[in-house]
Design a protein around this ligand. Structure first.
Ligand SMILES: NC(=O)c1ccc[n+]([C@@H]2O[C@H](COP(=O)([O-])OP(=O)(O)OC[C@H]3O[C@@H](n4cnc5c(N)ncnc54)[C@H](O)[C@@H]3O)[C@@H](O)[C@H]2O)c1
Length: 251
């Protein structure tokens, strides 16, 4: 069953979502609006304009490169100028590159780290400053099963960056716990999206058969976790990583 979101869950709240031009970032941005929040969708891809337009009310778009702390700070200021505050930060932007360890050039290692890990560090720091000052905030970082288990499929640079996000989440959670700001991570795996849709159906079925719940996940199911973590109900949850993986990894 596709999750739906009660319109008063996040009424009056304002959010910034990075990497929101497509996929999980767009699904989270859409769910945040459905739950009552106003959202600035940020991405390096100009498709983010169309993405925000597809959501309609209470959404706007901005070109932002998460490798650049000043660009993230300007985006946070933009959220406050448009919507009055910055209450929810979703650090979702990432480069996903699958490659054998032997074939990863140094420049590609640095690119993946700069977007996936440094970008989340800057995103937490920029949002954390505002949220600490207003004594409220919800920071949500997208990690991955690859960051928990290592990745035969994902590249070592991707896996290492995602493992780093789990540690960063705990660092910022500890730093901000006394200020009304929670910091949590979501670790999805096997979510149906452009990659799965481009695969032959038999290959997708074979992949689904290896997942304990026997299907791929829906990006709305990842968004549902973000809505929970952003809600007032999750005020006692911080520093954790919520697994959305159909049982692929249990701990
Ligand atoms: N899809 C999955 O099954 C899955 C599984 C595990 C984890 N994740 C994580 O969830 C998040 C979203 O995944 P997705 O599959 O929707 O990704 P995606 O590749 O479809 O989208 C990522 C977005 O980030 C943007 N982006 C890339 N570099 C950027 C930069 N420097 N600044 C700003 N934006 C930038 C891209 O333009 C793109 O719109 C990622 O953090 C990913 O690691 C996804």
């Amino acid at each position: 069953m596709t999750p739906s979101f009660a319109a008063d869950t996040l009424a009056g709240k304002a959010a910034l979502v990075t990497g929101a031009a497509q996929g999980i970032g767009l699904a989270i941005a859409r769910a945040l609006v459905e739950a009552g929040a106003s959202v600035l969708l940020a991405d390096v891809d100009v498709a983010v304009e169309q993405a925000a337009a597809s959501i309609g009310t209470r959404s706007a778009a901005r070109i932002v490169d998460v490798r650049d702390e000043d660009a993230l700070a300007a985006a946070a200021d933009d959220v406050i100028a448009r919507f009055g505050s910055l209450d929810i930060m979703v650090n979702n932007a990432a480069l996903t590159i699958a490659k054998p360890v032997w074939d990863i050039p140094a420049a590609e290692w640095d690119d993946v780290m700069a977007v996936n890990l440094r970008g989340v560090f800057f995103g937490c720091r920029v949002a954390g400053r505002h949220m600490r000052a207003q004594s409220f905030g919800r920071i949500i970082n997208l990690t991955s099963l690859a960051g928990q288990r290592g990745g035969a499929v994902a590249g070592a640079h991707y896996s290492a960056s995602k493992a780093g996000i789990i540690a960063l989440t705990k660092c910022f959670a500890q730093e901000l716990a006394g200020d009304g700001v929670t910091v949590n991570a979501i670790a999805p795996a096997a979510i149906d999206g452009p990659m799965a849709q481009a695969m032959p159906r038999e290959k997708v079925s074979a992949m689904a058969a290896t997942i304990p719940v026997k299907r791929l996940g829906d990006d709305r199911e990842v968004a549902a976790a973000a809505i929970y973590l952003a809600s007032d109900a999750a005020g006692f949850v911080t520093g954790t990583t919520l697994d959305i993986n159909g049982g692929l990894f249990m701990r």
